[in-house]
Design a protein around this ligand. Structure first.
Ligand code: NAD
Length: 345
């Protein structure tokens, strides 16, 4: 059988460490992937005078799938975020970020199982900012009927496919009456097409309070770009932190799988980063590629290592280095015993 080509962007900071771990694990799963490595970010700017060269975008277009580590975006000045460009150029309109409590990863909560669906192409991330006069700047929040309807449909379709009970639109339409008002309006028009799923609405500030007090009450949450970015970090804090939460940027023609976390410059190069979030993004990618058997093999290996053997990285209270944790998973994959319940992807 021919290999499935996957564009690989290792990224900056801890990116190369967690990408190396994830590719080792995915290779050991027998998924028969052929990695096509590419450079993006500061290194690409140096080499190609563009932090996101055309050939990188073309590679993803051709392969239709990519695994990506985090890339650095300078605060204030510097080049436009590569993530934002990638999502806009490839129209990766839905960012799916599931946060679930995991056995033996202890937090204050035990039964969190929610999914953030973030609109990925517009909102305040449109990058339309300008100085009106010195001392006054404007940042434009773009909300369109097309993108809002599309993301609402995506959230309800996802809920239907995965047997979810409720979709909550998260908004601030009481203040941003036109922009968030349109987003909410589109959600309300889409919802009746899914009568078996409860359509719920929450103002974002109340939503944040509800999430930290009663996270078990949330199911699928759909929101515009900036809210989705912030709320998904909050949700990762409910289930063990940024080291564990995976993500997928999904479009009609291509998909990019990447963890929620950033480049973690404070721990980069120390072999202590948790590769679990990118490995779990890889599991999402395997399911997307219809490689269910291999995805389940990785889940079994994760369960063995984390739950049965208690091997964890430092961020989860363990002592394993990135390499030790990865070695343990690869060893399990090599002796895949095919028993026991699995960790959710
Ligand atoms: P961050 O996610 O990099 O780090 C926040 C905290 O979480 C840090 O203390 C870090 O050590 C910890 N952490 C993150 N991932 C971890 C892991 N896998 N294992 C253990 N600990 C982990 O957020 P930040 O510091 O705000 O951002 C740093 C850079 O990353 C910025 O340049 C930002 O633009 C970029 N960023 C990129 C992406 C992406 O490429 N998808 C996403 C978010 C942030």
């Amino acid at each position: 059988m021919s290999k499935q080509k996957v564009t690989l962007i290792a990224g900056d900071g801890i990116g190369p460490e967690v990408a190396a771990a994830a590719t080792r694990v995915l290779d050991a799963s027998g998924a028969n992937l052929e990695w096509e490595p590419h450079v993006a970010g500061a290194k690409a700017l140096e080499e190609f005078k563009d932090p996101l060269p055309d050939h990188v975008v073309e590679s993803i277009r051709r392969n239709k799938v990519a695994l990506k580590g985090p890339v650095e975006t300078k605060i204030g000045g510097g080049f436009k975020s590569i993530n934002v460009r990638l999502r806009q150029e490839l129209d990766l309109y839905a960012n799916l970020r599931p946060s679930r409590s995991l056995p033996s990863i202890t937090t204050r909560f035990t039964d969190v199982d929610l999914v953030v669906v973030r609109e990925n192409t517009e909102g305040l991330y449109s990058g339309l900012e300008h100085e009106v006069v010195p001392g006054v700047v404007e940042s434009l929040k773009i909300i369109t009927e097309k993108a809002s309807t599309r993301i609402a449909k995506f959230a309800f379709d996802y809920a239907r496919r995965h047997g979810r009970k409720k979709v909550t639109a998260v908004h601030k339409a009481n203040i941003m009456k036109l922009s968030d008002g349109l987003f909410l309006d589109c959600f309300r028009k889409v919802a009746p097409g899914y009568p078996e799923i409860q359509a719920d609405e929450k103002i974002i500030d109340n939503m944040c309070m509800q999430l930290v007090m009663y996270p078990e009450r949330s199911d699928v949450l759909v929101m515009e770009n900036l809210y989705g970015d912030i709320v998904s970090d909050l949700c990762s804090g409910l289930v063990g932190g940024l080291g564990v939460v995976p993500g997928a940027n999904l479009g009609t023609h291509a998909s990019v799988f990447e963890a929620v976390h950033g480049t973690a410059p404070d721990i980069a190069g120390q072999n202590i980063a948790n590769p679990l979030a990118l490995i779990r993004s890889g599991i999402m990618m395997l399911y997307h590629l219809h490689k269910d058997e291999e995805a389940e093999r990785v889940r079994r290996a994760l369960r063995k290592v984390i739950v049965d053997k208690g091997i964890k990285t430092r961020d989860l209270g363990g002592e394993a280095t990135t390499t030790e944790f990865t070695d343990a998973i690869v060893r399990e994959l090599e002796v895949d015993s095919n028993v026991g319940p699995q960790l959710p992807a």
